[in-house]
Ligand binder design. Structure first.
Ligand SMILES: [Zn+2]
Length: 250
């Protein structure tokens, strides 16, 4: 069986002398690994395609016998340049992809996740100034939202009142944000205070695109509240913490 589809290259590795394995994400199949036999030697066949962050149209043969995927042709659609030459941008892109791979979405979220990854890379490539250091945190919050946490950031999860002013809290174990009137009605557990600046960041994570994240310049206090809350939510609900360049099971 052979098919043709566009996919994002997430990672490339070498095996044996001249062969490569490629970690791909496609809007149809989601995350999968394919082999590019001769991929490290016959660069011409995959001309400039086998690098992380590339957007490529691949021809893929699926072996019925062992069930593995094998790349037979590639056409480069789009490759970031700025992203690869600036360590700050590159670091953020790697961080987002590592998180994405650690908590992949199920089949029903694949097309949306694909669009998000493309938008994430485009924002880091095209933002004129250095992208906001909060960018990876906003990405993680969006992923948490796509995984069904943080059902709403604009309204109190208990009474439905708009969350506008100060005094809201995030109940970490419940993954809910509530207004000042409802905060005392919660059972115990970790309650993270969120001022209006941090609430605006949660709203941006859920409702705005990565281009907006790259340009955001919040107050330091709001950035701290937001970062701490996202870290706690990710640790509690997804069991992950960022340590020494990778996500580890917390
Ligand atoms: Zn309320």
């Amino acid at each position: 069986m052979e098919f043709s589809e566009k996919a994002l290259v997430l990672k490339v590795g070498r095996f044996r002398e001249i062969d490569a394995w490629v970690r791909l994400f496609s809007p149809v199949r989601g995350l999968y690994t394919a082999f590019a036999f001769g991929g490290m030697k016959s660069r011409r066949r995959f001309l400039g395609c086998l690098d992380a962050f590339n957007h490529v149209r691949f021809k893929v043969r699926r072996s019925g016998y062992r069930g593995y995927h094998c790349l037979t042709e590639a056409k480069l659609l789009d490759a970031p340049r700025v992203l690869r030459t600036e360590p700050a941008r590159l670091g953020m892109a790697v961080n987002c992809l590592k998180f994405f791979e650690a908590v992949p979405l199920g089949p029903q979220g694949t097309a949306e996740a694909y669009a998000l990854l493309r938008a994430m890379l485009a924002a880091l490539e095209t933002e004129p100034a250095t992208p906001s250091p909060l960018f990876p945190l906003l990405f993680r919050a969006r992923m948490a939202f796509l995984h069904g946490m943080l059902p709403g950031c604009a309204r109190c999860a208990a009474c439905g009142a708009p969350l506008a002013g100060e005094g809201a809290v995030c109940h970490v174990e419940a993954g809910r944000i509530v207004c000042p009137d409802c905060r005392n009605g919660l059972d115990g557990g970790v309650r993270q205070p969120l001022g209006s600046g941090a609430l605006a960041l949660f709203d941006a994570a859920v409702a705005k695109d990565p281009g907006h994240w790259a340009a955001c310049r919040p107050e330091p206090a709001a950035a701290r509240e937001f970062s701490r809350t996202v870290d706690l939510l990710v640790r509690y609900h997804m069991g992950l913490a960022w340590e020494q360049g990778g996500f580890v099971r917390a």
